[in-house]
Design a protein around this ligand. Sequence first.
Ligand SMILES: [Zn+2]
Ligand SMILES: [Zn+2]
Length: 391
Amino acid sequence: MQDKSWLKLIPQQEMIEWRRHFHEYPELSFKEFKTSAYISQILQSFGGIEISHPTPTSVLGTIEGEYPGKKILLRADIDALPVAEETNLPFASKNSNIMQACGHDTHTAILLATTKVLNQLRSQLHGTVQVIFQHAEEQVPGGAQAIVNSGQLQNIDAVLGLHIMNGFKTGIINVVLDGPATTGADAFEVTIQGKGSHGSMPQTGIDPITVGTEIINQLHTVTSRFTPPKELNVVTVGEFQSGNAVNVLPDTAFLGGTVRTVNEETRQSIARRIKEIIHNTCATYGATYDLNYQFAYAAVINDPHLSKLVKASALEVLPEQMVPEGIMMSGSEDFSAYSQLAPTCFFLLGGGDEAEGYPYSNHSPKFMINEKALINGVKTEIASVLNFLKN
Ligand SMILES: [Zn+2]
Ligand SMILES: [Zn+2]
């Protein structure tokens, strides 16, 4: 058990003001210029925090504790989505067709509050706390990998991140204790090149629609016949376009899909299988193809030791019913890139559920969260950092 006098240092009112500012002036991935400038300005106002920019629109803050020790990194993503806001909130987006529809405004405000408190505790800290305000989570290839590649994050011992999520009661802390905390998401697009012909003379052409449908049927066997049944794996074809006249066999067909996985080995084997199916099916019919298979975000894998520490820390500062058994988030996150640096833990913060009046999911134009949730994110982050650096 730790001394919890720091709880009264949490700048609750200020945090809400920051959050509303970020909500009102959202910026798209890779274009977070004003957002990152404002974050830098706030960090500067805390005094004594070393500030740098691993990429043009990200901000890294460093708090050197009084005593030597371990180094922990906390991450918030800062970007918004190309969504036209429909919330009617008094601080709704002033930037047309851009909205903080995934709650990254709350992540940013929470991490600023956490930073402010930890900076005030500097004289008692053993080790170093770094905070990364990351650009471009929402757009592949994502900002996380670029930040890792920047080389500015060195000798990190642990990385923590959180995501606010509607559908969970306000302020719930959901920690997966071991294994996948999110799915990984990859994508593929293929253009099948056949040979157009008259609809009444199919023997003179190569029908890309037939090739495409064969490919789609076989893709449905990838997860059912080539992956372990107890693993979560999804292959979905969401786009299929070809032809525009009933009596013309077209030249080409286009199909595109998404792949969700939780295991790196399976992720690679699914990619190989998809490529084989496309290659072999096209060969059978004499078609050619152009395939773009994009490895986007790997699954986030929670480290068991670190995740146990985060959950125990949450339980020190929150009532037991606010820290239920953790379940995996079905979405994907570029936070997985930080696992190249150190063990990671990614947890969810309940933004409110339907019964509480928050029925709209993340990415909806009507997405709204209960601001009362934010303080639990701050409490969990600070308690986790203090416990981690103490050990
Ligand atoms: Zn999102
Ligand atoms: Zn998000």
